[in-house]
Write a protein that binds this ligand. Sequence first.
Ligand code: COA
Length: 321
Amino acid sequence: MMTTRIIGTGSALPKKTLTNDELSQIMDTSDEWIRTRTGIVSRHVADEEETAATLAAEAGRRAIDNAGMKPEDIELVLVATCSAENYFPSVGCQVQDILGLKNAAAMDISAACSGFLFALNTAHAYILSGLYEKILVIGTETLSRTIDWTDRSTCVLFGDGAGACVVRSDEEGIIGISQHSDGTQGGVLTSFAPSLETPLAAAAPGSPLYMEGQAVFKFAVKTVPECIRQVLEDNHTEVEDVKYFVLHQANSRIIQSVAKRLKADEEKFPMNLDKCGNTSAASIPILLDEMNRSNKLGRGDLLVLSGFGAGLTWGAALLRW
Ligand code: COA
């Protein structure tokens, strides 16, 4: 029985960083407030040259190299993003152009911070169907361009970056994967695109990111452990069998609470949000790439990946590295 295996990883972070201390010089906040509430100390922020597409392409290039493949081997590019600079062409098509992925079809997937998980699941479905064998899956965000930098309750949380994985059909890899949505809760985390005046309707100004922080927090700490338990149970696997739980990097307190609810050792929950902040769809593949390149992952290790965010959306994957 064939499944989907991650065979290469890559990531790319903007050159410039913005620390909590630097933020506290331009708004009424402090390193202490941000660090204790979220675990974040610094984040990367895109400059004029860097876009969701350029970061995605760099992460993708590194993942293809890491997989020992050539650009022409890739048959499909799936890019998860909710902060692309343009409506079209898709980031996927821009990545195809930058990297010369001449044999690939390309498209974007929008599931906010669960985007990478949803894109991975989509890749898995294509691989199981037999339509494609080698797929580049990317999560990329430049959320710094969509947040209100005068709203201290949200702008301190997010960072920019991209992470990528090359997946291919193999005998080992994804064991189980789930994805879920609850559109009735969409209002707790939103961002409206601006629109121009039409002959029939007035222009709408758009709005930056709006978040009901405590509602999102409660959703995450309840839903993520339930969803992880379900994917483990469905695949006859115990929490103790899992080497690492690679969770969306939104907030260290959310991750600690998930560990506690799963009765799992916190050491099994790697984090890099102290230096990256919440990079939405990019956070899981950036962290995976960091772990892969520092030789933390061994062939055969069991990993759980779990994403959650706006939509609301959430999901989890159990896989063998
Ligand atoms: N610096 C200093 N003070 C701040 C601040 C900042 N950056 N942001 C908000 N505050 C203030 C508020 O104004 C409020 O002051 P008040 O009590 O005088 O009114 C106080 O801090 C507490 O605000 P509150 O919103 O209740 O804080 P909180 O404990 O809920 O923490 C979050 C806020 C955002 C850190 C927390 O709700 C959270 O992490 N939620 C999940 C968010 C998330 O992960 N979203 C992405 C999911 S994909």
